[in-house]
Design a protein around this ligand. Structure first.
Ligand code: NAP
Length: 254
């Protein structure tokens, strides 16, 4: 029996990158995993197939985040998948991983970029958490995928960095709020992880080497490096850990 046997988990943005790695790991640990996606249906279905191939169970659920009704659509889909399996609406583990980036220094920022990043990374985050908490009981887990940019200046993406700062602040506030319900809330802050989000920065050997050199280990991180930290935070073993912003940057900036 895995550490998450009998638990229901939802990974937003589980179709690609870090979210994919997290969905695979939670599935391996025995959770029934909701693999959320926005537009990458095929990729999400591949993740579901991979979880099943490893003996786990998962389903794909679509919702565009950052638009009106996003959280309701997401949880409508999750509830329906549970109903098909004879389960009442519930959620034990929520991983808030989906986010949009957007490289722009302060003089390049547009009102549209601010609106877009805030809609997906802040507004939708709050509304998704709100819906999740209506279904979460004692022993629940909320894991936020933040970023090292909240503690290491990254002026290249100032609004994105600010949005992750909001996520960190929410992590603290909710940890205090939800402690009495036996729910933990923590954040993991990756440094550079090899995903589509930073593919452009890695197209040249020089670019890839620069990203690798930021970590104390001299390599760029992989989704599994973050998924393994999330697995601990999603498990019962993390019951006494809450309100923490856990660095997952491979020692970047030491
Ligand atoms: P990614 O490869 O770009 O994947 C993003 C995922 O989020 C996809 O599954 C995508 O779904 C989903 N998504 C994004 N915007 C969405 C929207 N508006 N509606 C619905 N789904 C949406 O990203 P990643 O690099 O794995 O990043 C995952 C998380 O880690 C993010 O929170 C990011 O800020 C954080 N992070 C990443 C790094 C890094 O170096 N990669 C570093 C620090 C923090 P679809 O493709 O289906 O639309």
């Amino acid at each position: 029996m895995g550490a998450l046997a009998g638990r229901v988990a939802l990974v937003t943005g589980g179709s690609r990158g870090i979210g994919r790695g997290i969905a695979l790991r939670l599935g391996r640990d025995g959770a029934l995993v909701g693999v959320h996606y926005g537009s990458s249906k095929e990729a999400a279905e591949e993740v579901v197939a991979e979880v099943r191939a490893e003996g786990g169970e998962a389903f794909a659920v679509r919702a565009e985040l950052g638009v009106p009704g996003d959280a309701a659509e997401l949880f409508g889909g999750v509830d329906e998948e549970l109903r098909l399996r004879g389960l009442e609406p519930r959620l034990d583990v929520l991983v808030n991983n989906a986010a949009t980036s957007g490289s722009a220094r302060i003089d390049e920022v547009t009102p549209e970029l601010v609106d877009r990043i805030c809609a997906v990374n802040v507004k939708s985050l709050v509304l998704v958490v709100q819906e999740a908490l209506r279904r979460m009981g004692e022993g629940g887990r909320v894991v936020n995928i933040s970023s090292a940019v909240t503690r290491m200046a990254y002026p290249e993406s100032v609004v994105y960095s600010m949005s992750k700062g909001a996520m960190d602040t929410m992590t603290l506030a909710l940890a205090k709020e939800l402690g009495p319900r036996g729910i933990t809330v923590n954040a993991v802050s990756p440094g550079f992880i090899a995903t589509d989000m930073n593919a452009k920065l890695r197209t040249t050997e020089e670019g890839a080497a620069r990203l690798a050199s930021m970590s104390a280990f001299g390599r760029i991180g992989q989704p599994a490096d973050i998924a393994d930290v999330v697995a601990f935070l999603a498990s019962g073993d993390s019951r006494w850990v809450t309100g923490q912003l856990i660095d997952g940057s491979g020692g970047s900036g030491l």
